[in-house]
Design a binder for this molecule. Structure first.
Ligand code: NAD
Length: 542
C-alpha cells in the first residue's frame, strides 16, 4: 500500500485530524509553530504540508521539494504562501475558503456595530466608573448606505445581513456579474469612487493582491462623506494606515474598526493610539465552527488530492483535464501530444509557441482564473506547452509550472482563436519557432473520439496522437521507403501503421511516420540514417 506523509505546522481543529485518522495510508505529524530554518531541511520528507498563517511558505523554504506535492492552507488567505514560487516547483497550493466565511462575516457585523455605537469604548468607560451617555452618541444603520469593496463570499454575506438592518448597499467589485448583484439586491458600481462618495459605512472584503494593496489611501479618504465609518476585517495592506489615522484623527471619519494590520502583531502601530479606532487581534476566523470548518475541509481536500481523486480549491492548477467536458478532454490530450510531437521533430532553441483554436467549439472560454496568475491561457494551450516542455525537461514539468518554465526560458507563448482554417471546422494548430526554424502541426478529434494529427507543415497526415513512431524525411525516389521497411523487419521492429506523405511535385521530399509497437532504439535509428536518400530520422514518443 502506498502511504502518504503529512506535516501540520499550526494548530488545527481535532475534527480535521479525525478525517486523517480514517485513512490507514495517511500518516501525519504535528509540529505546530516550527520555524522555517527547522522546516526547510525536512519539508521534502512529506507529501503535503498543512499550515494556517503561522508558516511563511516562500521560495527559500521550498528550494528542495523532495517528495512534497501539496501545500494546504487551513483558511482562505494565501498571502503567507508564495504561489508563484510553489507553482514553479510544480506544487499544488490549496486553501479552504468556505470554512470560515460566516465567522468573518459575523465579526464584520460586530465591528460595524461596535464602530457605529462605540461599544468597546462605552464598555471601558462604564467599567472605569463613568456614566457619560452624551459621549456615546452613535450612528444608526437603518436607511444608511453600506459601501462594500469586494463582494465575494464574505462581502455577499455582509450585504445580506446589512440589508436586514435596513441599509442600502453599494458595491465595487469589477469581477462580479450584474446578475450576482441583482440576485442579492445591491447596486453594483462601475467605480470605487462612486461607492466612496455615497457610503456611510465602508467595509472591505477583497483579497490582498498587487492590485488591491493600498486600495484605500489618502486620495480615497478625501472622497468619503464626512462622519463616515470604515471597517476592515479582510487584510491589513488594503488600507493605508497613515491615511486612516489622519482621517480618524482629523474627525473626517466618525470612527473605524479593524481586525487586520499591515504588520501583525501591530506593535507600535499608531492606529492603536486613537480612541475612535476599535481593534481586534485578527480574530475574523476564530469561532469554534470556523476552525472546525477549515480543518475538516483542508484535510478532506488533501486526502482526496493525495489519492488523485479531486483537487478542490487548488488555487494554482490552471485547469484540470477532468473539469473539462468529456469531448474537450480529447482535445486536451491531443494538444499535449502535439506539443510532444513538435519538440521531438524541431531542432534549435525554442523562441515562440503559438497555439490556435479553430472552430465554434472553442468559442467559449474553458476554466476560470482562480488566483492572481500572470498567465491566462486556455487549457489546450497549457497542455501543448506542457507536452512541448516536458520532452526536454522530463518529470519536472507539470500543468502548473509549464507557463513559468516557458517564461523563464524566454519562450513567447501566444494563443488565439479563429472560426476557420483551410478545410477544417474544428482544429488545433500548434506553431513552434526556434532560432533554427519553424514547425506547424494541426490536429483534430475524429467522431470516433480519437485525436489525430492531420498535418505537419505542408504534409497531410492521419496519425493517431499516441504511441511510438519512427519519423523520417527522405528524398522522394523509389526504393528508400522499402529499405527502411526491410531494415525495421530485420531488427525485429513490428510495424502497426505506415503513413507516408509527400507534396505533389514528384522527386522532392517525403515524410513518413511509422507507428511501431516498441520504441525505436538508437542503434536502429543509426542504421536508418545510413540508408541512401534519408535526410533525417527520429524516434518519437507521444
Ligand atoms: P472571495 O474570494 O470570496 O471574495 C473576494 C472578492 O474580492 C471577489 O469577489 C473579488 O472579485 C473581489 N476583488 C478582487 N479584487 C478586487 C478589486 N481590485 N476591487 C474590488 N473587488 C475585488 O474572498 P472572501 O472569502 O470573501 O474573503 C475576503 C477577504 O477576507 C480575504 O482577504 C480574506 O483573506 C479575508 N478574511 C479575513 C479573515 C480574518 O480573520 N479577518 C477571515 C476570513 C477571510
Amino acid at each position: 500500500m502506498e502511504t502518504f506523509d503529512i506535516l501540520i505546522t499550526d494548530h488545527i481543529a481535532e475534527e480535521g485530524l479525525e478525517i486523517l485518522n480514517q485513512h490507514p495510508d495517511i500518516r501525519y505529524e504535528i509540529k505546530a509553530g516550527i520555524k522555517n530554518v527547522d522546516l526547510k531541511p525536512i519539508i521534502g520528507n512529506y507529501d503535503a504540508v498543512i499550515t494556517r498563517s503561522g508558516t511563511t511558505v516562500d521560495a527559500d523554504l521550498i528550494e528542495n521539494t523532495g517528495k512534497l506535492k501539496i501545500i494546504g492552507r487551513a483558511g482562505v488567505g494565501l498571502d503567507n504562501v508564495d504561489i508563484e514560487a510553489a507553482s514553479k516547483k510544480g506544487l499544488i497550493v490549496m486553501n479552504a475558503p468556505t470554512g470560515n466565511t460566516l465567522a468573518a462575516t459575523e465579526l464584520t457585523m460586530g465591528m460595524i456595530l461596535a464602530a457605529c455605537r462605540k461599544i468597546p469604548a462605552a464598555d471601558q468607560s462604564v467599567k472605569a466608573g463613568e456614566w457619560d451617555r452624551k459621549r456615546f452618541m452613535g450612528i444608526q444603520l437603518s436607511n444608511k448606505v453600506l459601501g462594500i469593496i469586494g463582494m465575494g463570499r464574505i462581502g455577499s454575506n455582509v450585504a445580506v445581513r446589512c440589508k436586514a438592518f435596513g441599509m442600502k448597499i453599494m458595491v465595487y467589485d469589477p469581477y462580479i456579474k450584474q446578475s450576482r448583484a441583482d440576485s442579492i439586491g445591491v447596486t453594483l458600481c462601475d467605480t470605487m469612487e462612486e461607492v466612496l462618495k455615497n457610503a456611510d459605512v465602508l467595509t472591505f472584503h477583497t483579497p490582498l493582491t498587487q492590485e488591491t494593496k493600498g486600495i484605500m489611501g489618502a486620495k480615497e479618504f478625501a472622497l468619503m462623506k464626512d462622519g463616515a465609518v470604515l471597517v476592515n476585517c479582510a487584510r491589513g495592506g488594503l488600507v493605508d494606515e497613515d491615511a486612516l489615522y489622519d482621517a480618524v484623527k482629523s474627525g473626517k471619519l466618525f470612527s473605524a474598526a479593524t481586525d487586520v494590520y499591515s504588520a501583525e502583531p501591530p506593535v507600535g502601530n499608531k492606529l492603536l493610539t486613537l480612541d475612535n479606532i476599535f481593534v481586534t487581534p485578527h480574530i475574523g476566523a476564530n469561532t469554534h465552527e470556523g476552525q472546525k470548518g477549515v480543518a475538516v475541509i483542508i484535510c478532506e481536500q488533501i486526502v482526496n488530492a493525495l489519492h488523485g481523486e479531486s483537487y478542490a480549491n487548488a488555487v494554482n492548477i490552471p485547469y484540470m483535464k477532468s473539469q473539462l467536458p468529456e469531448d474537450m478532454q480529447r482535445y486536451f490530450e491531443l494538444a499535449e501530444s502535439m506539443g510532444k510531437m513538435a519538440s521531438q521533430i524541431i531542432d534549435g532553441r525554442p523562441e515562440e509557441l503559438r497555439f490556435t483554436m479553430v472552430g465554434k467549439r472553442f468559442e467559449e472560454d474553458f476554466g476560470e482564473r482562480t488566483f492572481d496568475s500572470p498567465f491566462n491561457y486556455q487549457p489546450f494551450t497549457i497542455a501543448a506547452l506542457k507536452g512541448f516542455m516536458e520532452v526536454a525537461l522530463t518529470d519536472a514539468v507539470s500543468y502548473i509550472n509549464s507557463p513559468y518554465l516557458a517564461k523563464d526560458r524566454n519562450i513567447h507563448v501566444m494563443e488565439s482563436k479563429t472560426d476557420h482554417y483551410a478545410k477544417y471546422n474544428d482544429l488545433l494548430v500548434l506553431t513552434v519557432k526556434t532560432h533554427d526554424g519553424e514547425i506547424v502541426i494541426g490536429g483534430t478529434v475524429f467522431p470516433d473520439q480519437k485525436g489525430r494529427i492531420t498535418f505537419i507543415d505542408k504534409y497531410n497526415l492521419d496519425l493517431t496522437a499516441e504511441g511510438n513512431y519512427l519519423y523520417f524525411r527522405n528524398t522522394d525516389r523509389p526504393g528508400v521507403v522499402g529499405k527502411v521497411g526491410t531494415l525495421l523487419g530485420e531488427n525485429g521492429v513490428n510495424i502497426a501503421n505506415f503513413e507516408l506523405s509527400r507534396v505533389s511535385d514528384k522527386g522532392s521530399e517525403a515524410v513518413s511516420f511509422v507507428l511501431v509497437d516498441d520504441p525505436i532504439t538508437q542503434s536502429v535509428l543509426g542504421k536508418i540514417m545510413g540508408i541512401d536518400g534519408i535526410i533525417e530520422a527520429k524516434a518519437i514518443k507521444l
